[in-house]
Design a protein around this ligand. Structure first.
Ligand code: NAD
Ligand code: IPM
Ligand code: MN
Length: 371
């Protein structure tokens, strides 16, 4: 059995709490022959700032570069509200994405049958939902230059963020979306704002050309991103794969999370290109949610997004599809049994903490694996 090197970066707030459950799952898998993982742990975000004065150190970046996958918790919180912009906790996450060239962010929003009543939307709107948001992750307004605040000298300042996309960046994320669609519902909705933004015009043009050239068998529709947000809450099941830029993808995936019941349910995979020489790719797996300062330290955070992110690591980085299925089926079975963390509770269910939910999922994995 191949041994994989994982770099665990718990980060801040509930990042450390949900990562604890992944660590227990990894230990269980190692000791029951379901995988062979070597783990190393590093500091990122506010935790790294407090210890090292930066949101991620060069040494930790080197560990990330050398690992087979990075498993990331969450960063940020009010404690670091006044640290210099360059050292803010979120900068650690952005450096990981940029330096590892993780341009493809896969954010699946699945409404587990047991949670159809946990959404703030009507059951029939979300029941059976299974969409995949493909967010461009290393370009756009997150990284475009100039990005600055200029003092105009007359008591006024000017803040500048720059949205930049090159053809190749749009094409490669489009290819990821079309290829995923072929294995799912064969439909892609490309979301931009070509009516206002030049980057939207190019995005639309490149998607159209790529589709005509390589993916005619997949249905493509172009949706203005604001209308896309509206459609996501009106009738989300019309979508299969949504492909969009860095900022719209950030917003639309938080919207999509509420279709599944809670932000605590949404996992993600951030992937780079496959290296033709080794057949491997750089990757990082993280829940979509943040450090949730409002509930940190209480032991009530939902660990499912984090555990499901680890399942995505098994599937996308290590070809361990069966083991990934075990984890995802175990999550569904745990929910079917009526166990809920506070964020997804409803009448007649049993509310448990982070630790109990993590253990219940591990118990189900054990049952499914016959171990
Ligand atoms: P958040 O995702 O941390 O929390 C939003 C709301 O969702 C809160 O009410 C929180 O309690 C709830 N929530 C989130 N995850 C949950 C879980 N697993 N279980 C139960 N409830 C959960 O977003 P925010 O409050 O806007 O941001 C807090 C900090 O996190 C900020 O510093 C922000 O920059 C950072 N952030 C980090 C990441 C990341 O590290 N990937 C992602 C988003 C936000
Ligand atoms: C996310 C987060 C990050 C983003 C922040 C923390 C930098 O909101 O992963 O969704 O904006 O991409
Ligand atoms: Mn976000």
């Amino acid at each position: 059995m191949a041994t994989y090197k994982l770099l665990l970066l718990p980060g801040d707030g509930i990042g450390t709490e949900v990562m604890a459950e992944v660590k227990r799952l990894i230990a269980w898998m190692n000791s029951h022959g379901l995988g062979s993982f070597e783990t190393e742990e590093g500091l990122v975000g506010g935790a790294a700032y407090d210890a090292e004065g930066v949101a991620i150190s060069d040494a930790t970046m080197a560990l990330a570069q050398a690992s087979d996958a990075v498993i990331f918790g969450a960063v940020g919180g009010p404690k670091w509200a006044d640290v210099p912009y360059e050292a803010r906790p979120e900068a650690g996450l952005l450096r990981l994405r940029k330096d590892l060239a993780l341009y493809a962010n896969l954010r699946p929003a699945i409404c587990y049958p047991a949670l159809a009543d946990a959404s703030s939307l009507k059951r029939e709107v979300v029941d059976g939902l299974d969409i995949m948001i493909v967010r461009e992750l290393t370009g756009g307004v997150y990284f475009g230059e100039p990005k600055t605040i200029v003092d105009l000298g007359n008591g006024q300042k000017r803040a500048i963020d720059t949205q930049v996309y090159d053809t190749y960046e749009i094409e490669r994320i489009g290819r990821v979306a079309f290829e995923l669609a072929r294995k799912r519902g064969n439909k892609v909705a490309s979301m931009e704002k070509r009516n206002v933004m030049k980057s939207g015009v190019l995005w639309n043009e490149v998607m159209t050309a790529l589709h005509a050239r390589e993916f005619k068998d997949v249905a493509l529709e172009h949706v203005l991103a604001d209308a896309g947000g509206m459609q996501l809450v009106r009738w989300p099941k019309q979508f299969d794969v949504i492909v969009t830029d860095n900022l719209f993808g950030d917003l639309l995936s938080d919207v999509a999370s509420m279709l599944t019941g809670s932000l605590g349910m949404l996992p993600s995979a951030s992937l780079g290109d496959v290296d033709p020489a080794t057949g491997t790719r750089k990757s990082m797996y993280e829940p979509v949610h943040g450090s949730a300062p409002d509930i940190q330290g209480k032991g009530i955070a939902n660990p499912i997004a984090m555990l499901a992110s680890f399942a995505m690591a098994l599937r996308y980085s290590f070809g361990l599809g069966k083991e990934a299925d075990f984890i995802e089926t175990a999550i569904a079975a745990t929910l079917d049994k009526g166990l809920r963390t506070a964020d997804i509770k409803s009448d007649g269910t049993t509310v448990v903490g982070t630790r109990e939910m993590g253990q219940a999922v591990i118990d189900e994995v054990a049952r499914l694996a016959g171990a």
